[in-house]
Design a protein around this ligand. Structure first.
Ligand code: CA
Length: 517
């Protein structure tokens, strides 16, 4: 490769393609993420310790990346899940909002959990919330325009004076790590007038909503609390300084970015670049753009030049729709509007999360019967980085939800056997599947996956001639009889009604089940 790589690539005609790949700093290969929290974890400040205690088991289960919840003090103190940001410099260290520890524990326990995960070879993603703040220490008088709740570009009252909760002085921290205090000039709007005791969407005078945000409600810059104004140089500088402090303090390996559709799309492109420059590390990053509308996700990725990944929200909704259609969903179309099909190099696939679980704002929980099918789709295919939900892995006691049956097996199947060429059989409205041919690097790898949202069925699928004569068994143990691969490398694979079977070579099957039986 010549020194002037760009000129060389331009000449070869590979420039555009390569430029996109170069822009995508995220290395996607062979990652398996776990979102290590759910909404209703007990507020006993023990979660960081639980994380330390689980580190080894997580690694053994095939998890190599863990997304931890927001670690800084929220307005709700020790009950806060972490998205009501009060003080990003308080990682459970200062007596603020009623306690020293956060819901998850103290700063020391947090740093220990990160170290314990990393010692197991697990990368840690920190949850970054830079859209809103809450729980200010004092109010200020601010001149505002009131805009319509459903159309943020439409002013309904001009020149009104409100008292807004905008002054953050952090008296409990008393200037340690940073003496930066926030006031109304750092924000662009709020939704509460303390003087009039009323709600509304109040845009601060002299401020504009960011132009490049989601177009829902005409402009969805404002979400809740007081909204950070990234066009204000002091605000942008403050979050950059903080980001570097956070990196130097915690030494995490990457980020999960909250609420990116409410933040100027140009902001994170630059912020992430600075964080990567600061550490000199890859800093794998995934953003939460909560929309089932694929073009919006692609537009965001275009603006950030594919420098981060996004969660595949359309695929989550396809799973949920399939699971609630009583067998009437066209399973062959399940990836049709997904990010993982449209831009696989930037897709983090998931089945559920802390927002989609029962009782939450975006509740759209995938029903139990369909979960193994959904997880087989995200864990066993080659495209996308899968993210396993804590609530599926450990259960959600708050709602009487048990750990998902078969999830650990699917993780094992992914880690040991989901390799090699992929062949799709998304050719039916109910019974669909895919195969992996295996590779030499992973002994006994290769599989045939078959699933249906309706009645039991079968499908002839090609796994490869190198398997001729091999007996395949269902790694999910839903079907008991083996399938023998014929001389063409094909087998007639079975699946029971409303389920998934993962057919693997006999030797692979023995390795899994000899140990546990
Ligand atoms: Ca915003």
């Amino acid at each position: 490769m010549p020194a002037d790589e760009d000129a060389w690539l331009a000449k070869t005609g590979a420039y555009m393609n390569r430029r996109l790949i170069k822009g995508c700093e995220n290395k996607m290969e062979n990652k398996t993420i776990m979102q290590f929290f759910e909404w209703y974890l007990p507020a006993n400040s023990l979660h960081w310790k639980r994380c330390s205690a689980q580190a080894k088991a997580l690694k053994e289960a095939g998890i190599d990346t863990v997304w931890l919840p927001p670690a800084y003090k929220g307005a709700g103190g020790s009950a806060s899940v972490g998205y009501d940001v009060y003080d990003t410099y308080d990682l459970g260290e200062f007596d603020q909002k009623g306690s020293v520890a956060t819901k998850y524990g103290t700063k020391d326990a947090y740093l220990q959990a990160v170290r314990d995960l990393q010692e197991q070879g697990i990368s840690v993603l920190a949850d970054i919330v830079l859209n809103q703040m809450m729980g200010a220490d004092e109010t200020e008088e601010v001149m505002v325009e009131e805009v319509a709740a459903d159309n943020r570009e439409k002013e309904i009252r001009e020149d009104i004076r409100i008292r807004a909760w905008t002054k953050f002085n952090f008296p409990g921290r008393n200037g340690k790590y940073s003496d930066f205090c926030w006031n109304a000039t750092n924000f662009s709007g709020t939704d509460w007038d303390e003087a009039g005791k009323r709600t509304g969407i109040f845009k601060f005078q002299g401020k504009e909503w960011h132009k490049e945000t989601d177009r829902e409600k005409a402009n969805y810059d404002y979400l809740m609390g007081v909204d950070l104004d990234m066009d204000c140089p002091e605000t942008a500088a403050a979050v950059e300084t903080w980001g570097k402090w956070y990196l130097d303090t915690v030494h995490m390996d990457g980020f999960r970015l909250d609420a990116v559709k409410h933040i100027d799309f140009n902001f994170y492109r630059e912020w992430i670049k600075k964080m990567r420059e600061h550490t000199g590390k890859e800093m794998f990053t995934v953003g939460e753009y909560w929309s089932a509308d694929l073009p919006r996700l692609l537009h965001y990725l275009d603006v950030v030049e594919n420098s981060i990944s996004l969660f595949d929200v359309p695929l989550h909704f396809a799973f949920q729709t399939a699971a609630t259609s009583q067998g009437g969903f066209d399973m062959g179309s399940i990836f049709n509007n997904s990010l993982v099909r449209a831009r696989p190099e930037c897709a983090v696939t998931f089945v559920d999360n802390h927002d989609t679980q029962p009782g939450q704002a975006l509740a759209s929980f995938v029903p139990e019967w369909f979960k193994p099918i959904a997880y087989a789709f995200i864990l066993l295919r080659q495209e996308g980085v899968p993210c396993v939900f804590y609530g599926d892995y450990y259960g959600i006691p708050h709602d009487g939800i048990s750990p998902m049956a078969g999830l650990k097996t699917l993780l094992r199947l992914r880690r040991d056997y989901a390799y090699g060429q992929q062949r799709d059989y998304l050719d039916d409205s109910s019974v669909v599947g895919f195969t992996r041919a295996g590779d030499e690097e992973h002994p006994d790898s290769g599989m045939a996956v078959l699933m249906t949202d309706a009645a039991a069925g079968s499908k002839r699928m090609l796994v490869g001639k190198h398997f001729a004569g091999t007996r395949f068994f269902d790694g999910m143990r839903r079907c008991s009889q083996p399938v023998v691969i014929d001389e063409n490398g094909e087998g007639e694979f079975q699946v029971n009604g409303g389920s998934v079977s993962v057919w693997i070579p006999e030797k692979a099957y023995e390795k899994i089940y000899v140990q546990v039986e």
